[in-house]
Design a protein around this ligand. Structure first.
Ligand code: ATP
Length: 263
């Protein structure tokens, strides 16, 4: 059985949530990591691509209120609130890098925590919907989260985020460290969440499979933008990110410099 019910998701959203980001900068103390980013997250699936240390996690941390940011961020035309819990209430949820589950708590307890901002009766309703869409989690409800495999924990982390009924779901490298079959299932699932009406913004290296709009970030700034299918066809992007890399090429801009130098 798959981890989620591939047909007829009951967790559909409005299908319209959009994020408009203009001049976004954020970092840690005096160290500015992302600088003046402009991009739009439209309904469907948007992927952020970039090498290690480019600022992808920092971007998602800023958008989820974990670190301060400067610039304009509008969720469906409304200013994004500053505080993390207000951002969740406004309809944006994050599945963080490394899942960040409570390992000593059961699957069910982890899920319930995802709905902590909701009234108990709504939380119960939502839990039922999540368990319908993730039938395997019902079977594992009493298992301690820390005893699950990486892929299983990732599903719990996504289901936990869905407990807050987000209009826009952010995922930070969900396929990191997972077996290829699990990666396929996970990407199919995020695709389906997007198709069913919850806008998805995902940091992901498996862009070829993710079929989405993609933005490439390097050293905190945007360097490319397009459909992931088109980007995957670009030799520069392929060389930098998609496995065709020469060992000395680490970023799209380095690959670009190399191409220019060799022509
Ligand atoms: P990766 O793919 O390796 O996760 P990333 O693109 O997500 O990389 P970030 O984790 O956002 O990159 O890191 C961007 C930069 O910010 C790096 O130089 C990193 O060292 C720095 N950084 C990250 N977290 C902190 C922190 N808590 N304090 C200070 N600097 C940090």
């Amino acid at each position: 059985m798959m981890w989620y019910r591939p047909q007829a998701f009951v967790l559909g959203g409005s299908g319209k949530a959009q994020l408009r980001v203009r001049g976004l900068s954020a970092g840690y103390g005096p160290f500015e990591v992302i600088r003046q980013l402009n991009f739009d997250v439209l309904p469907g699936l948007t992927v952020i691509l970039g090498p290690n240390g480019a600022g992808k996690t920092t971007l998602l941390r800023a958008l989820s209120g974990q670190i301060p940011m400067r610039g304009e961020v509008l969720l469906d035309g409304e200013d994004l609130p500053e505080k993390a819990h207000e951002i969740v209430k406004a309809g944006m949820a994050l599945v963080p890098e490394g899942r960040q589950l409570f390992p000593q708590m059961t699957v069910l307890e982890n899920l319930e925590l995802g709905g902590w901002l909701q009234k108990p009766n709504i939380r119960q309703e939502r839990l039922e919907m999540v368990l319908q869409d993730f039938p395997k989690l019902r079977e594992r409800a009493t298992q301690l989260a820390g005893t699950m495999s990486g892929g299983e924990q990732q599903m719990v982390a996504i289901a936990r985020a869905m407990m807050s009924a987000p209009r826009l779901l952010m995922l930070d490298e969900p396929s990191l460290g997972l077996a290829p079959r699990m990666v396929d299932e996970l990407l199919a699932m995020t695709r389906r969440i997007a198709d069913q009406g919850t806008t998805v913004l995902m940091v992901e290296q498996n862009v070829r499979k993710a079929l989405a709009v993609a933005y490439v970030i390097e050293r905190g700034v945007l360097v490319a933008h397009g459909s992931s299918k088109l980007l995957a066809r670009s030799s520069v992007i392929q060389e930098a990110y998609l496995g065709a890399a020469a060992s000395d090429t680490r970023t799209a801009s380095q690959a670009l410099e190399k191409t220019v130098r060799s022509t």
